[in-house]
Design a protein around this ligand. Structure first.
Ligand SMILES: Nc1nc2c(ncn2[C@@H]2O[C@H](COP(=O)(O)OP(=O)(O)OP(=O)(O)O)[C@@H](O)[C@H]2O)c(=O)[nH]1
Ligand SMILES: [Mg+2]
Length: 698
């Protein structure tokens, strides 16, 4: 492949809901353009950008992947992204690396939750977008309905540039409102070939209506055009395209196209429009960068003359290759074999075998110009979201705001002794994918992994086995229960041993009293007259604290209580610190069961966003989880519910919410407080804990 200069490059993310036809579209575009020799398909596992074993087996995209379509002397860098929300971090990364996005909307499914999500990413990044109504040949395809859904639910600024001839199995052509011609496709066409004919008579009325709408909308975004249009002048194709491109850049217009990617219908026109309507990298506003080590902010333009700056938006580890790094050049150029610098990690990286990526194939390239996207393997210490620059001009870019995990499960190795291997592998997976996180919880003695959904974590567990040879199973995360007291009591702890030689003697009297939630542990020394010598008093406190790690109810740590040490006795020869610590332990064990001990559980504060139609179901579900609703309020398109819910009842909540709201609900949670577990629930916790402790002893 030849080297392309900045003005000849278009970076396009292909985004949309799951199974809307993105991967099939990218494959068709690369094939029709002639850059890819073979027309692959998702069904056969041969699609260009669904090439990992997981994707071939499951028949949906998991990773973002790149393809190239060379068209009109322009290189279209196509970024195929997954639609499933479990992998939405990939879609976000794709949008951030691109200068424009094709939002694919299925002609049968219409606007779905995944469409709304990627639309919002495009809004946040502020990139021009166009719609492609896909699967026009599928039974029940409905162009008009989908167009109006887009208008109502995503943006009133959408405007069709094409309308279909026939729908579903009778879909056979596309009328282009710019060229005023109709492209008729023959069944079995291989690469989008068509016959150009006049607009069929029965479509004349529709054509006129849509054409008027299109020209009016374009004219509205451009004062001189509007004047000419109102003066009755005809607006030519080139003028209209120029105005549309400018309007798209300002976010005032979102053109809509249609087709059927598998049959390659509509692909040629789409290729041309992507070249003509999306901006080249240098036509986009500068990105915000910062000098490493300095406070100075510098706007970066996609300019060959600027310093080299690139951002890593994806890393993937591949068999026989190792880590492959995908990056986008934001400024300057870079040559094959050049040394670059990862400033925050103080790592010099050599870009050996600089490549462009087409699906799983990589082809080596001499240099990349400002704005281009490249891949390179085997970097030493560079990970997703890192910036590469030059040693003498170290720069960092603002990070891609990857979404936070919403689900956690515990994970354990199947074979003892592999714990360290597991922890290393989890760390590597996190560096590849920032939406995946892990941590070891010492108190619960569990490793927790967090991600964007069960499917996400399932894939991670698969990768652990396949790539790192670590076989692991997931389990429910344990809950960090606590205990506290509701009453006061007092009593003695006496430790006395007389075995030949020097003995051990410690004796103390303590009073235990409850404290308000959140007070922690307070120790008061009320000893008078030296009945316990000064130097032994801290030992008593340490003993009490140690014993309080295993409370009287179920062996959970005891919190929020006060201990008064008010009496005791000692022995001139046999007393020592150890003996008084033992006395403290015994005193706590002796007195604590009489202080009305109770079990506490963590309560989380939940914010749940849902469309109105599922509000009742969401609240009902929260109540069934012992939740307490704090209130609801309108938040944009959605209603936000705030509730307090015990953590114990929130296992896999993200999955439940997903199914209640058909994927449209999201939530956020944070620790709120510890509260007493109701007696009937406490009984079950105590029994389960008993079993757990017995198993641990065995
Ligand atoms: N009838 C018809 N089916 C299509 C067309 N394009 C894709 N499909 C089928 O639709 C299904 C989904 O296509 P994909 O290309 O995998 O969709 P996707 O948007 O990449 O899906 P995710 O990667 O899961 O987000 C596959 O079974 C395709 O064979 C089309 O133009 N017409
Ligand atoms: Mg896909």
């Amino acid at each position: 492949m030849r080297v392309y200069r900045t003005a000849e490059i278009r970076n396009v993310a292909v985004v949309g809901h799951g199974a809307s036809g993105k991967t099939s579209l990218v494959d068709a575009l690369a094939f029709v353009a002639g850059t890819s020799r073979r027309h692959g398909s998702v069904k056969d596992g041969t699609a260009l950008t669904d090439y990992t074993p997981d994707e071939i087996e499951r028949k949906y995209s998991i990773n973002l992947a790149l393809a190239v379509a060379e068209w009109m002397d322009t290189k279209l860098n196509l970024i195929d992204t997954p639609g499933y929300l479990d992998f939405t971090g990939e879609a976000l990364a794709g949008v951030y690396a691109a200068d424009g996005a094709v939002v694919v909307v299925s002609a049968t499914g219409g606007v779905e939750v995944g469409t709304e999500k990627v639309w919002d990413y495009g809004e946040a990044r502020g990139i021009p977008r166009l719609f492609f109504v896909s699967l026009m040949d599928k039974e029940h395809a409905d162009f008009e309905k989908v167009y109006h859904q887009i208008k109502d639910r995503l943006s009133p600024k959408v405007i069709p540039v094409e309308i279909p001839v026939g729908e579903g199995p009778s879909f056979q052509g596309i009328i282009n409102l710019f060229s005023k011609k109709c492209h008729m496709y023959k069944k079995g066409t291989k690469a989008g070939e068509y016959e150009e004919v006049d607009v069929p008579a029965e479509y004349r009325e529709r054509f006129d209506r849509y054409s008027r709408e299109l020209i009016e909308r374009i004219a509205e975004t451009d004062d001189t055009l509007l004047e000419r249009y109102l003066g009755g002048a005809d607006i030519g194709r080139d003028e209209a395209i120029r105005a549309m491109k400018a309007g798209m850049l300002r976010g005032e217009l979102y053109p809509l196209f249609c087709g059927a990617a598998e049959a390659t219908f509509g692909t040629r026109a789409l290729l041309s429009k992507m070249v003509e309507l999306f901006p080249a990298p240098h036509e986009r506003p500068p990105v915000d960068a910062q000098q490493w080590g300095g406070a100075e902010r510098l706007p970066l333009k996609a300019d060959d003359g600027g310093p080299f700056v690139a951002q890593v938006f994806k890393t993937i580890s591949e068999p026989h290759v190792g880590d492959v790094t995908y990056f986008r050049v934001y400024s300057g150029t870079v040559r094959n074999g050049q040394d670059v610098y990862n400033a925050p990690r103080e790592a010099v990286e050599k870009l050996n075998h600089l490549c462009v990526s087409i699906g799983k194939d990589r082809s080596e390239i001499a240099e990349l110009h400002a704005g281009d996207i490249g891949v390179v393997a085997k970097l030493r210490d560079t990970h997703t979201n890192d910036t590469l620059s030059l040693r003498d001009v170290p720069i960092v870019l603002r990070k891609i705001p990857f979404p936070e995990p919403v689900i956690a499960v515990a994970i354990e190795v199947k074979q003892r002794g592999e714990e360290e291997k597991l922890s290393n592998a989890l760390h590597k997976l996190h560096e590849e994918d920032p939406t995946f996180q892990h941590e070891y919880n010492g108190e619960l003695q569990q490793t927790l992994i967090r991600g964007l959904g069960e499917r996400h974590l399932e894939i991670i567990v698969g990768r652990l086995a396949r790539k790192f040879g670590v076989h692991a199973a997931t389990t429910k995360p344990k809950v960090a229960y606590r205990e506290t007291f509701r009453g006061r009591a007092e009593g003695q702890g006496k430790h006395k041993k007389q075995t030949g030689g020097r003995g051990q003697y410690g004796d103390c009297w303590i009073r235990i009293a409850p404290l308000p939630r959140g007070s922690g542990f307070v120790f008061e020394d009320k000893i008078v007259g030296g009945v316990i010598p000064r130097q032994y008093i801290p030992a008593v406190e340490r003993g009490v604290q140690e014993a309080a790690q295993r409370g009287p109810v179920a062996g959970y740590p005891v919190v929020d209580f006060k201990v008064e040490l008010y009496d005791g006795s000692y022995h001139d020869v046999d007393s020592n610190e150890m003996s008084f610590k033992m006395a403290g332990i015994l005193a706590f064990r002796n007195v604590s069961p009489n202080c009305k001990p109770v079990l506490l559980e963590p309560i989380l504060e939940l914010e749940v966003w849902t469309p109105d139609e599922y509000l009742g179901a969401v609240m009902g579900d929260l109540s069934s989880r012992r939740g307490q609703i704090l209130g609801t309020e309108q938040d944009g398109r959605l209603t936000k519910v705030r509730a307090l819910v015990p953590e114990a009842d929130l296992d896999r909540y993200a999955t439940a919410l997903h199914s209640i709201t058909h994927g449209r609900g999201t939530h956020r949670q944070q620790f709120h407080a510890y509260e007493q577990v109701p007696p009937e629930v406490a009984q079950k916790v105590i029994e389960a804990r008993k079993k757990e402790l017995e198993e641990a002893r065995a």
